[in-house]
Ligand binder design. Structure first.
Ligand code: URA
Length: 435
C-alpha cells in the first residue's frame, strides 16, 4: 500500500477500505506517515466526506489505537452522555448523579474547558479535595458502589485522535462533520458504556452554528455508535444564549446544587430532565419518555439526585458539605462588577461565544491547555433573550479573584448583546430528538 495512492483515492471521492484506513492511521501513529501527508488526507476528507461504513471503520481504528475500558464486569446498565459543548453547560454535574439515582450506572469521562467553552473537570475541581484522576480499579469500584463517577480521560484513550486533532487544529480541518464525529465517538466508544445520549448544541456559542449541521453531526455519531452495537439517542439543543444563569466553575457547582434541590433555572433544569429521561429510555428501564422525565424531575425535587452527588463527591475525595452549604465550601471571588443596560428595550440576541470569552478573560477559562484557571471567576446572567431591560438595570454580575479592573470585560459583555425596542420571542430550547 502506498500513502500517495490513498490520498489520491480520497481526493477523488472514493471510499477507502478498512485495511487502507488502518494503514494510514497506524502509519501516522508510528510516524511512518509524515504530517504533510496526513494533513492532505484530512483535507481530502474535509471536501469529500466518508460513507457511514467508512466512517465507522475509521473511528474503530482510532479506538484501537489505545486503551479500551471494559465495563462488562460492573453489572447494571451503563449509560453516558456527551455534549458538544457550550457556555454555561454544566448539565453533566446534575445529570450524572440524577441518572444514577434512577438506577443507571453512569461512567463519565469528561474534559477540561478550552477557549469559550467550560469543562466539567474544571468545575468539579472547584470542590476542595475532588480528584479526577482515580485509578481504573477505584473508578470501577465506585461505579459498583455509588453508580456514578466523573473522572478525566487518560492519555491512553484514543491517542490517534489526540495526534490527529493537533494536526487538524493547524490545517483548517477541525470543522469537518465526519472528522468531528470520529473524534468524539472514538473516545466515547473506548470508554465502554453500553448506551450514549448525545447533546448536540447549535447556535452562536456552539461548534455547529447551524441547526442543519448539528443534525448531520448527530446522525453521523448515531450511525458510528450503532455500527458498534451501542444504544444511541441524540438531542439537538439551543446554544444561542448561555444555559442557566451561571457561567464559570464554582458558580456552576452552586447552580448544580440548586438544580438538584428543585430550585434551578428553568432551561437547564428542563434539558437535564430531558436527557435523564432519554438515558432511562435508552437503558430499557422506561419505555415512555414522558414517564421517564417525570421520574427524573421527581428525583431532582426529592433530594435523591443531590444525595448521589454528595456520595460521588465523597467517594472522589471532595467535601460533600458543598451540597448543603456551597458558599462555605467553594472559593468566593474577591472582586465583582455589575454590567448595566445602556438602554431600554428587549434582549434580542446574545453572541454566546463572546459571553464565554468574557468569562475566560475573567479567569474562568483557558486559552491554552497549560493555562491555570480561577475557580471563583465567572458570570451570573440576569437577563436573557426576550427579557425586558431598562437603562441602568443590571444585566449580569462579573466576578473574579484575578482580574480587579473589569472595564474591558464589561465592554465585552455589553458588545455581545443586541438590544431592540421591539418585543422578542425566546428561542426554543430543544430543536429535535433523534432516536
Ligand atoms: N470535540 C472533539 O472531541 N473533537 C472534535 O473534533 C471537535 C470537538
Amino acid at each position: 500500500m502506498n500513502t500517495y495512492d490513498l490520498i489520491f483515492k480520497k481526493r477523488e471521492g472514493e471510499k477507502l477500505e478498512h485495511e487502507e484506513l488502518k494503514f494510514l492511521i497506524d502509519g501516522f501513529i508510528e510516524e511512518k506517515i509524515p504530517q504533510y501527508q496526513m494533513s492532505a488526507f484530512l483535507m481530502a476528507v474535509y471536501f469529500k466526506g466518508m460513507t457511514p461504513e467508512e466512517l465507522s471503520d475509521f473511528t474503530n481504528i482510532m479506538v484501537k489505537s489505545g486503551e479500551e475500558i471494559d465495563l462488562n464486569d460492573i453489572g447494571g446498565i451503563t449509560v453516558d452522555k456527551h455534549s458538544t459543548g457550550g457556555v454555561g453547560d454544566g448539565v453533566s454535574l446534575s445529570l450524572a448523579p440524577l441518572a444514577a439515582s434512577l438506577g443507571l450506572v453512569v461512567p463519565m469521562m469528561s474534559g477540561r474547558g478550552l477557549g469559550h467553552t467550560g469543562g466539567t473537570l474544571d468545575k468539579l475541581e472547584s470542590i476542595p479535595g475532588y480528584r479526577i484522576d482515580i485509578t481504573r480499579n477505584s473508578f470501577k469500584d465506585q461505579l459498583r458502589k455509588v453508580g456514578v463517577a466523573i473522572i478525566g480521560q487518560t492519555k491512553n484513550i484514543a491517542p490517534a485522535d489526540k495526534k490527529m486533532y493537533s494536526l487538524r487544529d493547524v490545517t483548517a480541518t477541525v470543522d469537518s462533520i465526519p472528522l468531528i464525529a470520529a473524534s468524539i465517538m472514538s473516545k466515547k466508544l473506548a470508554e465502554g458504556s453500553s448506551g450514549l445520549v448525545l447533546d448536540v448544541k447549535t447556535g452562536s456559542g456552539a461548534f455547529m452554528r447551524k441547526t442543519e449541521d448539528a443534525k448531520k453531526l448527530a446522525k453521523a455519531m448515531l450511525e458510528i455508535g450503532r455500527y458498534n452495537n451501542r444504544k444511541m439517542a441524540a438531542v439537538i439543543s439551543d446554544m444561542n444564549q448561555p444555559l442557566g444563569r451561571s457561567i464559570g466553575n464554582a458558580n456552576e457547582i452552586k447552580q448544580a446544587v440548586e438544580i438538584m434541590s428543585g430550585k434551578g433555572p428553568d432551561d437547564i433544569t428542563e434539558i437535564t430532565v430531558v436527557l435523564a429521561g432519554m438515558m432511562l429510555q435508552l437503558s430499557g428501564r422506561q419505555k415512555d419518555l414522558k414517564t421517564a422525565q417525570k421520574a427524573a424531575l421527581a428525583n431532582l425535587n426529592n433530594g435523591a439526585a443531590l444525595k448521589k452527588f454528595g456520595d460521588m463527591i465523597e467517594a472522589q475525595g471532595g467535601d460533600r458539605k458543598v451540597c448543603s452549604n456551597p458558599d462555605e465550601v467553594l472559593k468566593q471571588p474577591e472582586y465583582s462588577a455589575e454590567v448595566k443596560s445602556p438602554e431600554n428595550g428587549y434582549i434580542e440576541a446574545m453572541d454566546t461565544r463572546k459571553v464565554g470569552l468574557t468569562a475566560l478573560s475573567l479567569g474562568a477559562g483557558r486559552e491554552r491547555v497549560i493555562d491555570k484557571i480561577d475557580h471563583s471567576a465567572g458570570i451570573e446572567v440576569f437577563k436573557k433573550i426576550s427579557d425586558k431591560v431598562e437603562a441602568g438595570e443590571t444585566l449580569a454580575v462579573l466576578s473574579s479573584s484575578t482580574v480587579k479592573n473589569m472595564e474591558e470585560a464589561k465592554d465585552m459583555y455589553i458588545n455581545s448583546l443586541k438590544i431592540t425596542k421591539d418585543k422578542v420571542k425566546s428561542p426554543e430550547l430543544i430543536y429535535d430528538i433523534i432516536n
